[in-house]
Design a protein around this ligand. Structure first.
Ligand code: DQA
Length: 143
């Protein structure tokens, strides 16, 4: 199974950025742990601070990936273009937010992406990415 994780703006700073909200582990270290947990998966990771690069990546992998895990950061709350890209591709996308956006500022409560995603995982910390992997594996096993 080919699974792709895409992280959006400012998520390259995980580990340093507001650790009281996002924790103290870097994504690179988390991704290493995740890859060891799932040696049987073709697990890939991409991060960009640029909206266009995220859209290009969705176009690139969205016809071959078995599951895309997308944390588009603040673009979730602003980007119709990323929402359209998700709708344009056949690969299922799960939207992940590390923090509980509903317990934060009201401008974080709405995501343009959610309606076009297979599911949404919010507020489960970094484990949210693993939960999304488990979701794709279960779907795969069910056929
Ligand atoms: C985030 C939540 C967004 O509101 C914020 O802009 C982020 C991270 C999260 O993972 O909790 O950059 O997507």
């Amino acid at each position: 199974m080919k699974i792709n994780i895409i992280n959006g703006p400012n998520l390259n700073l995980l580990g340093k950025r507001e650790p009281e909200i996002y924790g103290s582990e870097t994504f690179v270290s988390f991704f290493e742990r995740l890859s060891k947990l799932y040696p049987q998966l073709d697990l890939n990771y991409f991060q960009s601070n640029s909206e266009g690069a995220i859209i290009d990546k969705l176009h690139d992998i969205g016809f071959s990936s078995d599951g895309i895990i997308l944390n588009a950061g603040a673009y979730s709350h602003t980007s119709l273009a990323i929402a359209d890209a998700i709708k344009a591709i056949p690969s299922p996308v799960v939207e992940v937010h590390i923090s509980n956006v509903f317990a934060r500022e009201s401008y974080r409560h709405h995501s343009w992406l959610s309606a076009n995603c297979a599911g949404v995982i919010v507020g489960c910390g970094m484990e949210g990415y693993q939960l999304a992997i488990e979701f794709f594996r279960m779907r795969d096993q069910q056929g």
